[in-house]
Ligand binder design. Structure first.
Ligand SMILES: Cc1cc2nc3c(=O)[nH]c(=O)nc-3n(C[C@H](O)[C@H](O)[C@H](O)COP(=O)(O)OP(=O)(O)OC[C@H]3O[C@@H](n4cnc5c(N)ncnc54)[C@H](O)[C@@H]3O)c2cc1C
Length: 430
């Protein structure tokens, strides 16, 4: 890797400047390929970005994103673009509150080789038993067609207090339907690998500053810019090759050694190349950002807290903002913004130590296609990076990386696509 191949110059046309497209771009550059990046929107970052909000008059993220120490793909990507200091490690603990009875607890990842902590009642989730934890390690080997409920009792306290919030957060899918294997894989790479791998990281200066802008800078330093407002509209094939594509109003003919990486959401790929198999179902995420007129800390000044038996699932504090995340929000996404905000603020008011304060200015953000649905039936529809066309490759969090559709998967898929370009070059020019 990193070595230029002794072949005619490889040119890679990348569509989409979300994290998958940006990752594909930096890993292609690393291989010495010439690249062109086209993005339909007028900004990069896709589903993971920051923007200035006119109501709150400050920079906000399109949604709260949590990264864990075990997300090695993200850290490798950030190191490559010289930006591994943009993430902030926060206390290595996952605090929760149950709104039904105000019970609080904190999940703290312990030693994994000698997991004595599960024998200590005060370290376990209240109402759970040692046997509830034994399944954790087995899930990564679960069959691709099994759901969590094939392995865990859906009526147990462990289900309500651990599996439901985990499935919503990681799979953006109801725990009764979520893929056991995908969740098991995430656990294997993070919480079950030890405290360093479970370490939560946030982006105090925003998602774009941490994950997107440094990639744009890296591309610029390598004399590559992104063409914004450039939607790829069609792709034509000749035999086993992409022959040309239309971006904006321009028809671009591919040269002999050109490759295409589609780093687009599944529905966009299906519109361009109907023969590719794609997942067909999506789940929404709702985020509500509140800007109280004074600093409101969460209990014990934690940076985020998980909520059980509420509408809110997580509340984050970012500087003077309190931000709510509701994943798998199928039942709420059509609800009016003011109703969502009022209910969320009522719940927040019960957990913050401040005296009740009136509903502050807020912004409700609804990402209707936040991620694909991550049931076993949808998971098997995820295609690989390579396609039946020699010079067409795919990237995106929804590609078959073996990981849940998260930033880690997006970044990994970009690297995989760069690798498949390299491999097809080696095949052509041994
Ligand atoms: C609210 C929310 C919260 C989330 N929380 C987390 C979290 O806590 N942790 C985590 O790891 N992940 C989280 N995710 C998931 C994460 O954001 C995504 O996995 C990741 O951003 C996907 O990146 P991508 O590049 O695959 O796709 P996208 O970001 O969707 O990028 C695709 C890009 O293609 C562009 N495009 C579309 N059509 C065309 C076209 N025809 N031509 C050119 N360009 C086109 C789009 O404008 C977009 O920029 C969250 C997502 C959301 C929405």
């Amino acid at each position: 890797m990193g070595k230029k191949l002794n072949t005619p110059l490889t040119r890679v046309h990348i569509f989409g400047a979300g994290l998958a497209g940006l990752s594909a771009a930096v890993y292609c550059l690393q291989r010495g390929f010439e690249i062109r990046v086209y993005e339909a929107a007028n900004h990069a970052g896709g589903r993971c970005r920051s923007f200035r909000d006119s109501i709150l008059d400050c920079l906000i993220d399109n949604g709260n994103h949590l990264i864990l120490g075990g997300n090695r793909g993200i850290f490798d990507y950030l190191r490559l673009i010289g930006a591994d200091r943009g993430l902030q490690a926060v206390p290595n603990a996952f605090p929760f509150i149950d709104l039904k009875n105000a019970e609080r607890w904190t999940l703290q990842p312990g030693n994994v080789k000698l997991p004595f902590w599960i024998f200590l009642p005060h370290r376990r989730i209240p109402g759970t038993h040692i046997k509830d934890y034994l399944v954790l390690k087995k899930l990564a080997a679960a069959s691709p067609d099994s759901t969590l409920t094939n392995h865990v009792d859906p009526n147990s306290t462990m289900f309500k207090r651990f599996w439901e919030p985990l499935s919503n957060a990681v799979l953006n899918t109801d725990a009764r339907e979520g893929s056991a294997r995908l969740l098991g894989k995430m656990l294997e790479l993070t919480l079950l690998r030890g405290p360093a791998f479970a370490q939560p990281f946030l982006t105090p200066k925003g998602l774009s500053a941490a994950l997107v802008d440094p990639a744009i800078k890296y591309l610029a330093e390598h004399k590559c810019s992104i063409t914004f407002g450039a939607r790829v509209r069609s792709i034509s094939f000749s035999g086993s090759q992409v022959e040309n594509y239309i971006v904006g109003n321009e028809v671009v003919t591919c040269r002999k050694n050109d490759h295409i990486i589609l780093a687009l959401p599944p529905n966009e790929v299906a519109a361009l190349v109907p023969e590719v198999t794609i997942p067909t179902k999506y789940h929404p995420i709702v985020n509500i950002h509140f800007k109280p007129n004074r600093l409101c800390l969460l209990p014990n000044d934690v940076p985020f807290i998980g909520i059980i038996n509420g509408m809110c699932q997580w509340v984050f504090r970012k500087n003077n903002l309190l931000s709510v995340t509701i994943s798998n929000a199928k039942d709420l996404v059509e609800q009016e913004a003011n109703i969502l905000a009022s209910q969320a603020w009522q719940e927040i008011a019960t957990i913050i130590p401040e005296k009740v304060i009136p509903l502050p200015p807020y912004r409700v953000l609804k990402e209707r296609r936040a991620t694909i649905s991550q049931t076993p039936a949808q998971d098997i529809l995820r295609p690989n990076s390579y396609t039946k066309w020699e010079n067409l490759h795919l990237a995106g969090d929804w590609i078959n990386t073996g990981l849940p559709a998260t930033i880690e998967s997006a970044v990994q898929s970009g690297q995989n696509a760069a690798e498949t370009v390299e491999k097809s070059q080696i095949k052509k020019f041994p």
